[in-house]
Design a protein around this ligand. Structure first.
Ligand code: ATP
Length: 400
């Protein structure tokens, strides 16, 4: 089942009449049978979008289609959705079997058929042998499987998962990720998976939609988004350790940091925000173009080594293969041209992406970028405290 969101907007208004634009003119097509990860920082509008698709929030504007059906005004129970939350809320007094069968009883499905479907779904999610247990007798992962089975047993057209793995420990999360992927493949149900965990979204999704302040920042295959971020927000949001960003200049197809010539980069002359992912550095061989750096810190992390160095005023991290280093701190590093990302200073847009956008879209991204810069420039609690200490010191001196 294809899901289409057209100009979807949701504005919440609180008692003080303050408006929050939780979804801001979202236009998205989710292909039938795909698993799509809705990813973004806390408060970016992921859950609101999911709840709007589920029918739990009425959109302020825009329309929602399941295939050709306009479901915008349809109540949740008529949409054919299966919903799984972070808190899986099983009925504690019912057995696993009764929990899974519950939605079928509401739908008045004959008991024989309901029992058969319950057993099939329980087998599919790997809890077929636990049907007579009560939720308290299950592990967290098993309880989450029951919740997924309960959502699937209705044979929904769409499966909506809101941070379903947040309550599980790290190992179980990893396992359940693979399980959700498998279950989705086997059932072929169009699935939307909300998470703020980039690794989770990257590993599980056919497609990712990255959201911020209610807007779509980028959509595509996880690896494509990672390799070709459309804007600086996405570049910074994806990747751990994060991408290195610094202000640089391109002159005659060479990248400069201040007056220092760094590496070849084919691009129009100009000033840019430059992004290089730590793992895109490589120890240079022979006479290759390279940056000569003095490592401040070298730490071996298994197969790779993390090198920290300061370049001009910027602290930079490079992740290189351990074998390529011989206990030295002075290192020549290089980066391939296509791994050097250039972003427009005003709009934060990738140079490669900008020509594909309309003026209106460029304006929208530009406003968002300026807002982010202003937000980043706001003093943090630590900054404010440091200023207070400075002020006290100054006052003390002037009183002497
Ligand atoms: P998280 O990862 O923290 O759950 P999210 O991306 O899912 O965040 P939403 O829950 O969709 O974010 O919220 C988006 C914005 O809308 C936030 O600023 C939030 O405070 C606001 N919001 C959400 N629900 C309501 C509501 N019922 N009333 C008013 N504002 C709301």
């Amino acid at each position: 089942m294809e899901i289409r969101l057209e100009n979807l907007t949701k504005i919440f208004i609180d008692k003080q009449k303050n408006e929050t634009r939780a979804i801001d003119n979202l236009n998205v097509v989710i292909e039938s049978g795909k698993l799509v990860g809705l990813l973004g920082p806390s408060g970016c509008g992921k859950s609101t979008t999911l709840f709007a698709i589920a029918g739990l929030h009425d959109p302020t504007e825009g329309r929602i289609y399941f295939g050709e059906d306009d479901v915008t005004k349809l109540s949740p129970d008529k949409r054919g959705i299966g919903l799984v939350f972070q808190n899986y809320a099983l009925y504690p007094h019912m057995t696993v079997k009764q929990n899974i069968m519950f939605p079928l009883e509401n739908l008045k499905i004959p008991r024989e058929e309901a029992l058969e479907r319950t057993q099939d779904i329980a087998n599919l999610v790997g809890i077929g042998a636990l049907l007579e247990r009560k939720p308290a007798q299950l592990s967290g992962g098993q309880q989450q499987r029951v919740a997924i089975a309960r959502a699937l047993v209705k044979m929904p057209r769409v499966l909506l998962l809101d941070e379903p793995l947040s309550n599980l420990d790290a190992r179980l999360r990893l396992h359940m990720r693979e399980e959700i992927k498998r279950i989705q493949r086997e059932t072929g149900i169009t699935t939307i998976f909300v998470t703020h965990d980039q690794e989770e979204a990257m590993s599980i999704s056919d497609q990712i939609i990255i959201m911020e302040t209610g807007k779509e920042m980028q959509r595509g295959r996880p690896q494509d988004i990672y390799n070709y971020p459309n804007n600086i927000f996405v570049a910074k949001f994806l990747g751990n350790p994060p991408i290195n960003i610094f202000r640089g200049t391109v002159k005659n197809n060479y990248l400069y940091y201040g007056d220092q010539k760094i590496l070849p980069k084919v691009a129009p002359d100009g000033e840019y925000d430059v992004g290089i992912r730590p793992e895109d550095f490589r120890v240079a061989e022979g006479k290759e173009d390279s940056i000569n750096i003095q490592a401040l810190d070298v730490s071996v992390i298994g197969r790779d080594t993390m090198i920290k160095f300061v370049y001009g005023e910027s602290e930079v991290r490079a992740l290189v293969e351990s074998e390529s280093l011989n206990n030295v701190t002075e290192i020549n590093l290089t980066v391939k041209d296509e791994k050097i990302h250039l972003f427009d200073i005003e709009t934060g847009l990738s140079l490669a992406y900008m020509p594909q956008l309309t003026e209106e879209q460029i304006k929208m991204y530009g406003e968002h970028h300026q807002m982010m810069l202003a937000r980043d420039a706001e003093p943090t609690v630590d900054d404010a405290e440091a200023q207070l200490v400075q002020k006290k010191k100054r006052n003390k001196k002037s009183n002497k």
